[in-house]
Design a protein. Structure first.
Ligand SMILES: [Zn+2]
Length: 247
């Protein structure tokens, strides 16, 4: 079923609250500054973000390394990685902030982006969770940092998932049985991983309420008309931008 999305809000259940959250789609174009033509990516970022009332020059992005390091950012980080890859925050796969009008960005193509919103502080977070980051429990790292910085109570937290490769398409090797105790399914002798399921279980294990976790269930491979897939398209694949901001 083709959806041919123009936009989608992964935290739409809290629409009306002071949080902006969205992810780009294939029609939005490539959002990466480390791959492809930078000037075109900047145009794409501006076209995608301006209807959300987000200034693309304020965006904070990271040099993502499939790790579990989450960083608290504030005004001094504004615009890092917004117009050049060189200024992006090194070695970081998750960003959190309680500063308003500070947009956080994560780039993906198959990996899961995880949106976090603490309505009490209020505060937001955005994570890049592929299999490595999920194995290294980036969700736990983020919630621990949000607890120490913002006194975030997981019971209050809302979480949303961006598009990612799902277990319909994400075949993995048998060694993944050593890495994951959940999220794996076996079909006709083959093993498949569901990143959303792994991270949902982790969030719930940390005290997040299941009814506060939202997943539109988009598979980047099945729905290639709407998204980019690294597995399907290879290393020259364009990137999806996920963004969250307190307003
Ligand atoms: Zn699929």
């Amino acid at each position: 079923m083709l959806k041919l999305l123009k936009s989608y809000n992964p935290l739409e259940a809290v629409a009306g609250s002071p949080v902006i959250s969205s992810f780009s789609v294939r029609a939005s174009g490539n959002m990466s500054l480390s791959y492809g033509e930078t000037s075109l990516s900047l145009e794409n970022r501006q076209s995608f973000l301006s209807p959300l009332n987000v200034d693309y020059q304020d965006l904070i992005c990271a040099k993502q390394v499939h790790g579990n390091k989450v960083k608290y950012v504030n005004e001094t980080d504004k615009g890092k990685g917004a117009v050049t890859y060189g200024t992006a925050l090194p070695g970081t796969d998750g960003l959190i902030t309680d500063i308003r009008n500070l947009p956080l960005g994560i780039l993906t193509a198959d990996c899961l982006s995880i949106f976090l919103y603490d309505p009490q502080r209020p505060a937001v977070g955005l994570l890049h969770a592929g299999w490595r980051g999920s194995k290294e429990k980036i969700v736990s790292c983020a919630l621990e940092l949000m607890r120490s910085k913002f006194k975030t109570n997981p019971v209050e937290l809302f979480a949303g998932f961006g598009p990612a490769i799902k277990d319909c398409c994400y075949e993995v090797s048998d060694e993944f049985k050593d890495n994951f105790t959940t999220g794996l399914t076996q079909r006709q002798g083959r093993l498949y991983l569901d990143l959303a399921q792994v991270n949902r279980k982790e969030l719930i294990g940390l005290g997040v309420k299941p009814e506060k976790i939202f997943d539109a269930g988009f598979c980047t491979v099945c729905e290639k008309e709407d998204f980019f897939s690294y597995r399907k398209e290879g290393k020259d694949c364009a990137r999806i931008l996920s963004v969250i901001m307190l307003r």
